[in-house]
Design a protein around this ligand. Sequence first.
Ligand SMILES: Nc1ncnc2c1ncn2[C@@H]1O[C@H](COP(=O)(O)OP(=O)(O)OP(=O)(O)O)[C@@H](O)[C@H]1O
Ligand SMILES: [Mg+2]
Length: 204
Amino acid sequence: MKRLICVIGNKGGTGKTSITHMLCHGFGLLGMRSIAVLTDAAREPLSRGDRRYTPLDGRTPDKLEKIIAKLDSMPEWLGVIDGGGNRPEMDHQFYEMSGLALLPFRDSHEDIRTVRNDLEVFPRAYGIPSQWPTNPWQQMAAERTLDELMQDFRPRLLEPVYSVSASKLLLQTDAPSSMPTMLNNVCRGLARQVLDRLKIPEHG
Ligand SMILES: Nc1ncnc2c1ncn2[C@@H]1O[C@H](COP(=O)(O)OP(=O)(O)OP(=O)(O)O)[C@@H](O)[C@H]1O
Ligand SMILES: [Mg+2]
């Protein structure tokens, strides 16, 4: 499914859930409708409330199947699957059905080691630097780490998703209706790069 994106990867705490919601929020800001699909049994479902996208509970196989079937029948909608760490079989399943797979990783040697392995296992997937430093000095150091440790994988990395503390507002059960400009800008940027990779025109 071209309009299905999965956010996966074997390591926990890399930003999968945050990126899923930031991406959907970004789609909403661009005037596009989307569903954020929860698959992680350890998380509670979030309410739609005033969000610009629809969070849905896909924690059981039959719920997930229904969501995918529904998405298939609504060609103008985008879907984003929030994977959970340490579930390689499910990651494979999500990867196979998605038009784009994202592998978030933070600025740490451990995350980078894991994502290199995932990039090998999932040859169509893109790595996406997550919670990336905004301080110029830290950013330079992070860039150097990428140069050192990513080398041949550099062409398969998307632009970083910067650290924005307001991102946690999107993970509240009831998200506030209006979000800080900084968060909106990061989310819009993320949504644009994903649309670009999917070759889907904005508002298309
Ligand atoms: N861009 C960001 N800016 C600031 N904080 C972030 C960002 N992305 C993630 N975080 C924070 O990092 C922590 C882990 O993020 P998140 O829950 O999205 O990771 P995850 O990969 O879904 O974890 P899990 O493997 O447990 O599902 C959370 O506290 C989240 O608020
Ligand atoms: Mg998560």
